[in-house]
Write a protein that binds this ligand. Structure first.
Ligand SMILES: Cc1cc2nc3c(=O)[nH]c(=O)nc-3n(C[C@H](O)[C@H](O)[C@H](O)COP(=O)(O)OP(=O)(O)OC[C@H]3O[C@@H](n4cnc5c(N)ncnc54)[C@H](O)[C@@H]3O)c2cc1C
Length: 415
């Protein structure tokens, strides 16, 4: 890695995973290109995500200034039953941020001339100590390292490990975001600033505040975000949700404007029946509803010679664990550290695989455990022996995060 020629990395995927590793490698002196398939619209993609001190540590280590708040502070979590009675409380100071806020910070830190949009990596072929990638533009790129940060349905992983496929978890997440100004004074006074859980039959509802679309955390400019996980067995029920009015089934997720109005009307009726009144308001006032089927994905290898899988391309854990973005950051930190320390890219990738696979396997298993009652369509977490208290505590537990935080703090990321 100390050769006179700067080592070259090609990163497939310009979302958070690609940008974490891209930024780290640039700061370690690599010659880095990111190619992103989507021509536009990434910055507007995300909804709310739970932030973690560990994530701030990674951003700081890259050199991204986090002195400015990157989210909204909440002091803890609270669980309600379906009638709105408080049933559990857990003190857990946390900042609630948004996906796009993190994305925008990472994007602004990366050299713009090395980030290409509307370009897809079609395939990657090993060539001795290097790898050759073929792009949708007709170009071929030879690199010392190719990082597949191309998400859950990674084309690169699909070619290297075709047996590894996302597995439907048996439920979907309905999501919605509402401008603060559209919510009632009562909701703002009593509920807005709390990280809230409740348990409608066969599902789980979560609501929390997030920054405004412009990143503002000032009163009046913020938004509220809800997630409603609902048991939907594979087959006719799922087909109906993913099929638009023209009869086309969107296997990989239906774009929000194409969700059938009858399905949204049903969601609203069910909210009236199954949620406490405060959360009914949230569902009814959301500008747009999003629908995401939930999957698990587990790779048996994160490294293939000089090709590394990062983030959702390698492992997807259910969102109850709340660490998709942090996991991508942790993968990137581990990969960057291994590339700094090892004598060759292949050795570094072996080290990376050994370091990251166990905690990722653990995180996927943990997500399955927390969502098991929804997968099975059981009326309440109690049916699998989990109390409300367990759920709101467990979902705050981060597998191995403490170890990562120490490592990031002690060693930094930039060389
Ligand atoms: C309902 C739900 C709630 C969530 N809540 C949270 C949360 O609270 N906290 C949290 O941390 N995470 C959460 N996540 C997960 C989080 O959004 C993901 O883990 C994270 O975005 C993964 O980033 P990534 O870069 O690995 O992959 P992605 O964000 O999927 O990005 C992959 C990128 O690669 C591009 N691409 C694909 N193929 C190619 C190709 N061949 N060539 C070039 N580019 C390509 C795609 O266009 C895309 O931009 C949630 C997810 C869901 C579904």
């Amino acid at each position: 890695m100390s050769a006179a020629r700067r080592p070259k990395a090609l990163i497939a995927g310009g979302s958070v995973g690609g940008l974490f590793i891209g930024n780290m490698l640039v700061r370690q002196g690599w010659d880095v290109d990111i190619v992103e398939r989507a021509a536009a619209g990434l910055a507007a993609r995300g909804a709310g995500i739970a932030g973690h001190a560990e994530l701030t540590a990674v951003l700081d280590a890259i050199g991204i200034d986090t002195a400015r708040p990157v989210g909204i502070e909440v002091s803890g979590r609270v669980a309600f039953d379906r009638h709105g009675n408080e049933r559990a409380r857990f003190d857990y100071p946390q900042y609630l941020t948004s996906w796009s806020l993190i994305f925008n910070l990472l994007r602004a830190a990366f050299p713009p001339e090395r980030y290409r949009v509307g370009v897809e990596v079609l395939d990657v072929v090993p060539d001795g100590a290097r790898a050759v990638a073929r792009l949708s533009t007709g170009e071929t790129v030879t690199a010392d390292l190719v990082v597949a940060a191309d998400g859950m349905r990674s084309r690169i992983r699909g070619a290297l490990a075709p047996a590894i496929q996302p597995v439907y978890a048996g439920y979907v997440a309905w999501r919605g975001v509402i401008d603060e100004m559209k919510l009632s004074p009562r909701f703002l006074a009593e509920t807005f600033e709390r990280y809230s859980f409740c348990f409608p039959p066969g599902g789980q509802f979560i609501g929390y505040p997030l920054a405004g679309a412009d990143g503002s955390v000032a009163r009046g400019r913020r938004r509220y975000n809800f997630l409603w996980y609902r048991h939907v067995p594979e087959g006719a029920a799922l087909d109906r949700l993913l099929t638009d009015d023209s009869g086309h089934r969107h296997d990989h997720g239906i774009p929000p404007p194409l969700i059938r109005s009858t399905e949204i009307a049903q969601l609203r009726r069910d909210a009236g029946r199954d949620l406490p009144p405060s959360f009914v308001e949230v569902v009814l006032r959301a500008d747009q509803s999003l629908l995401q089927p939930i999957y698990d994905l587990e790779s048996r290898q994160m490294a293939f010679g000089t090709v590394a899988l990062v983030g959702d391309a390698a492992f997807v854990c259910r969102p109850h664990v709340g660490i998709g973005v942090l996991k991508a950051a942790q993968d990137a930190a581990a990969l960057a550290a291994a590339l700094r320390e090892a004598g060759s890219v292949t050795d570094a990738l072996r080290q990376y695989d050994a370091a990251r696979r166990p905690p990722c396997v653990e995180a996927v298993a943990f997500g399955r455990h927390l969502g098991d009652f929804i997968t099975r369509g059981l009326p309440d977490p109690g049916a699998v022996g989990l109390s409300y208290d367990d759920i709101i505590r467990d979902s705050a537990r981060l597998p191995r995060a403490e170890a990562l935080r120490r490592r990031v703090m002690e060693e930094g990321i930039a060389s």
